[in-house]
Design a protein around this ligand. Structure first.
Ligand code: RB5
Length: 154
């Protein structure tokens, strides 16, 4: 499973922890990371990294993405601007599971100043292990796609 991961400075330590610690926690899949930055705790702008994660998912170079900022709010707003991407800010494992099962979320967003490291790892684990259920949920996602199509400005 190819995962694109990116964060701003606030999410940098959590990003590095996830890259280092996560793969053995998801034994059912071979998890590989593409780290799109940032690469230090020097102040930077979360839209740059959220967009890079979302673009990797959109162009198929990643199966799923993980975007991190301080609250997760900015990264979530930014990632959801990329057409076709469904980014979900999750603060617990139930949200992570539902984001996959019902919303077929393709980018998990975390707030590094909101969730602690252990919880964040459990959230990522649950997200990666949960399948999309399809069925009636696909109909609703089709409606989200229609909103995107109907609101294109050009
Ligand atoms: C950076 O200080 C902070 O604003 C950012 O990480 C994020 O929380 C934005 O939504």
């Amino acid at each position: 499973m190819k995962i694109a991961i990116g964060s701003d400075h606030a999410g940098y330590p959590l990003k590095m922890l996830i890259v280092k610690t996560l793969p053995p926690l998801v034994p059912a899949a071979v998890v590989t990371f593409t780290d799109v930055g940032t690469h230090s705790e020097e102040s930077c702008d979360y839209p740059d990294y959220a967009a890079a994660v979302a673009a990797a998912v959109r162009d198929g170079s990643a199966d799923l993405g993980i975007a991190i900022c301080g609250t997760g709010i900015g990264a979530s707003i930014a990632a959801n601007k990329v057409a076709g991407v469904r980014a979900a800010l999750c603060t617990n494992e139930f949200m992570a599971e539902m984001a996959r099962r019902h919303n077929n979320a393709t980018v998990l967003v975390l707030g590094a100043r909101v969730v602690g490291s252990d919880l964040a790892l459990r959230i990522v684990q649950r997200f990666l292990e949960s399948p999309f259920e399809g069925g009636r949920h696909q109909r609703r996602l089709d409606k989200i796609d229609a909103i995107e199509r109907d609101n294109r400005t050009q």
